[in-house]
Design a protein around this ligand. Structure first.
Ligand SMILES: [Fe+2]
Length: 218
């Protein structure tokens, strides 16, 4: 508070407060615009491949539901929902010949595919306002036992948000049609997830997944 009898300071304080509020509003609007652009980019990415159409949106919705089942607060649930929507944004940097290949990938092709988390992180860092989503985009292929990529992190060294997306990403891939196979039945997909508890997936988060009532969208 300015000293009494200094009206100039009152005026200045009011102006600064208004300016700060306007600046916060402008920043929020800018972030929303960037987010919409990235969401559009994610959808454009999926339109390259009819087999993955809707994948990011489903992974986003499943991740939201699983985050709630894990007991997270709503602002954290919302952060995970958005991060999951962007999880594969780095695939924009993968050539069609590899991304859309029908047959098995060669080792060099697989190595290129595995760069997509790092590409995604670079894209998000360039905007400068999406640091909240870097862990999901960069670490959603890490495995519980340390056998994943890009960093070979294990257990709780992998952020919970990335462990959540790891499960639902795999689940959605199994329960949708792919060029080389039709979708797996629900019970088979759940058995495969269960068999990879403790190796690919965090056992506790997987239990929450099974308890959550998430069922593949038909
Ligand atoms: Fe991915």
């Amino acid at each position: 508070m300015p000293p009494a009898g200094w009206p100039e300071l009152d005026v200045l304080t009011d102006a600064l407060e208004r300016s700060a509020a306007a600046s916060a509003t402008a920043r929020w609007a800018l972030e929303q615009t960037c987010l919409e652009i990235l969401e559009t980019l994610a959808e454009a990415l999926e339109s390259r491949d009819r087999y993955t159409a809707g994948h990011s949106r489903r992974v986003s919705n499943y991740s939201r539901d699983l985050a709630r089942e894990c007991g997270l607060f709503e602002d954290e649930v919302e952060r995970i929902r958005i991060g999951a929507l962007l999880h594969d944004i780095g695939k924009v940097g993968i050539p069609d010949a590899i991304l859309l290949k029908d047959g098995l990938l060669s080792d060099p092709e697989r190595a290129i595919i595995e760069t997509h988390p790092a590409i995604g992180v670079r894209i998000l860092k360039r905007t400068g306002v999406f640091v909240d989503y870097l862990s999901i985009v960069g670490l959603h292929h890490e495995n519980h036992d340390g056998s994943g990529y890009p960093n070979g992190l294990a257990g709780v060294d992998i952020p919970l948000d990335a462990r959540i997306v790891r499960i639902v990403d795999t689940y959605d891939a199994m329960t949708t049609d792919r060029p080389y196979r039709t979708r797996l039945p629900e019970d088979i997909a759940r058995k495969i997830l269960s068999d990879a508890s403790g190796t690919q997936f965090d056992p506790e988060v997987l239990q929450s997944f099974f308890a959550s009532g998430i069922v593949a969208a038909k």
